[in-house]
Design a binder for this molecule. Structure first.
Ligand SMILES: Cc1cc2nc3c(=O)[nH]c(=O)nc-3n(C[C@H](O)[C@H](O)[C@H](O)COP(=O)(O)O)c2cc1C
Length: 189
């Protein structure tokens, strides 16, 4: 049997992406997104919040990305914190799905978790794909945070209208994985 080795050919070859995954029901879609980005040639490093690990496993995203997954400040190895090393080397910081919590953290410069710390530490472009209940998404506080981030040059991949996991119909559904991938390609390929 021929073993396949990690392949980094494709339009994103040579690009390193930190893919942040936060605690939304849409976190399971990060599996497809990881796969699509890797197949496009990117070296994908997944960083998960503790909440995200309730929705999708480290094993799944680690296997699909073919890289170790970072989940906590406290189990990093080596003299340099892994999240700082990652923040320094990436070509893109993409968070999909991004919760209301994450949007608020970045807008306010808070680093209670690895994702907030990477947001503050990286000089790479930042792209967020928010996903949440429609009323949460439309709340003035969330919209203000998104405007703040847009004002800093953060690319927001808008959520779409659809049936939401909370039972409502409306805006707040994570953008299609294909749209997120296309946006990444148009940005850094
Ligand atoms: C079933 C379930 C689904 C959730 N989905 C979302 C969501 O889509 N978007 C969101 O902002 N929060 C959602 N939450 C709430 C977040 O998990 C919660 O705010 C958490 O603190 C986010 O933390 P994190 O950003 O560190 O992952 C959900 C919670 C539960 C229990």
């Amino acid at each position: 049997m021929t073993e396949s080795t990690p392949s980094f050919s494709g339009p994103l070859a040579g690009k390193t992406i930190a893919l942040g995954v936060s605690g939304s029901i849409a976190a399971y879609k990060a599996a497809d997104l990881t796969s699509e980005l890797r197949k496009a040639g990117a070296d994908v490093h997944v960083v998960m919040t503790e909440s995200a690990t309730k929705f999708i496993s480290v094993l799944t995203l680690g296997t699909l990305s073919r890289n170790p997954v970072l989940t906590s400040f406290w189990d990093e190895e080596g003299w340099q914190p892994g999240h700082i090393e990652l923040a320094d080397k990436i070509d893109l910081f993409l968070v999909a799905p991004a919760t209301a919590q994450q949007v608020g953290n970045y807008a306010n410069g808070l680093a209670p978790d690895l994702l907030g710390a990477i947001y503050l530490a990286t000089k790479a472009p930042v792209m967020l794909a928010p996903a949440m209940n429609g009323k949460m998404y439309e709340h003035e506080a969330v919209q203000k945070n998104l405007e703040t981030l847009k004002g800093r040059g953060v690319e927001i991949i808008e959520p779409v209208v659809g049936e939401l996991a909370c039972g409502y119909e409306g805006i707040g559904k994570l953008a299609l994985v294909s749209e997120i991938t296309e946006t990444v390609l148009s940005y850094i390929a």
